[in-house]
Design a protein around this ligand. Structure first.
Ligand SMILES: Cc1ncc(C[n+]2csc(CCOP(=O)(O)OP(=O)(O)O)c2C)c(N)n1
Ligand SMILES: [Mg+2]
Length: 328
């Protein structure tokens, strides 16, 4: 296991905590009726996106599914803009008209936010194709879930990515469930890192609860893709603590299973324990970081509750309409 420097541990701690606290706040605002529609929380999976982000450089693209808030925060998108999109306000990344699953930032090379399971995989492969076509040296991180890994379009993408040696890293966030269906119930083979074998795409399973393991695997996969060797698959073994979305009967797993994971494998607690054990920072410094994060999240929530809703005249702007309707 490659160890982190004190600086890296603290960075990982701060960024994972920001995601955790942001998601907790989003859950609260949902409960209070400020957020409507779909909302999929990332709590438990923070080490995946934070570790991968530490393995790429500015300009590398990221594309993911509807469980996307953590990705945006890790990339450095503004928490206010993300929260305001959740509450459907003007200051949101899609001006309040996209919601939780549909946010983008060309500035930060974040390409969404996609609601159709598996559909972002060919799009991510296309972004990698663009890198190759433009002869830049960027890599596209394409995230998807264990459920999505059974979709046909994933394999068409794998084929083209390998054929053209595209600079893409496929990150399968295996959180054990697709809505209420466990991997074992839905998948003929459950080692998802090997799903690229018939295309000769290398892959490995990674402890997705340990940010150091994620970063180390990310470094290797990104270097492979950047050097022109083509795609790489990382299966992140992770876990989501909350329900699939805000409505989830939670009958498909036991409370004990969730509790055990939280108690024994929590990605943030792991880092915190190491920081204190190795005296990389004091309890007081960690408290200060907690306070800073709390202030950022409260500010985002405040903004997202008070910002104006989009003007009704904006109803059709930036909305793709069929030509006949648009002409009316
Ligand atoms: C093509 C398609 N089929 C079904 C759905 C409904 N659906 C939304 S999320 C989901 C589960 C996907 O699970 P997984 O890929 O493991 O991602 P996770 O939610 O665990 O992050 C399903 C079936 C959808 N959005 N798109
Ligand atoms: Mg899943």
């Amino acid at each position: 296991m490659s160890e982190f420097t004190a600086e890296q541990e603290l960075k990982a701690y701060r960024e994972m905590l920001l995601i955790r606290r942001f998601e907790e706040k989003a859950g609260q605002l949902y409960g209070m009726g400020f957020i409507g529609g779909f909302c999929h929380l990332y709590i438990g999976q923070e080490a995946v996106v934070v570790g991968m982000q530490m393995a790429i450089k500015p300009g590398d693209q990221v594309i993911t599914t509807y469980r996307d808030h953590g990705h945006m925060l890790a990339i450095g998108m503004d928490p206010r803009g993300v929260m305001a999109e959740l509450t459907g306000r003007r200051g949101g990344y899609s001006r309040g008209k996209g919601g939780s699953m549909h946010m983008f930032s060309v500035d930060k090379a974040f390409y969404g936010g996609h609601g159709i399971v598996g559909a972002n995989v060919p799009l991510g492969t296309g972004l990698a194709f663009a890198n190759r076509y433009r002869q830049n040296d960027h890599v596209c991180l394409t995230y998807f879930g264990d459920g999505a890994a059974n979709q046909g379009q994933v394999y068409e993408s794998f084929n083209m990515a390998k054929l053209w040696r595209l600079p893409v890293v496929y990150i399968i966030e295996n959180n054990k469930y697709a809505m209420g269906t466990s991997v074992g119930r839905s998948s003929a083979t459950t080692d998802l890192s090997q799903r690229g074998r018939s295309f000769d795409i290398p892959g490995e399973q990674v402890d997705g609860m340990d940010v150091r393991a994620v970063k180390a695997a990310g470094d290797k996969a990104v270097a492979h893709a950047r050097s022109g060797e083509g795609p790489y698959i990382l299966e992140m073994l992770t876990y989501r603590y909350r329900g699939h979305s805000m409505s989830d009967p939670a009958k498909y797993r036991s409370k004990e299973e969730v509790q055990k994971m939280r108690a024994e494998r929590d990605p943030i607690e792991q880092v915190k324990k190491r920081i204190l054990a190795h005296q990389l920072a004091s309890e007081a410094t960690l408290k200060e970081i907690e306070q800073e994060i709390k202030a950022i999240v409260n500010d985002a929530a405040e903004f997202a509750q008070n910002d104006a809703e989009p003007d009704p005249s904006e109803l059709y702007t930036d909305v793709l309409l069929p030509l006949a309707d648009a002409a009316e």
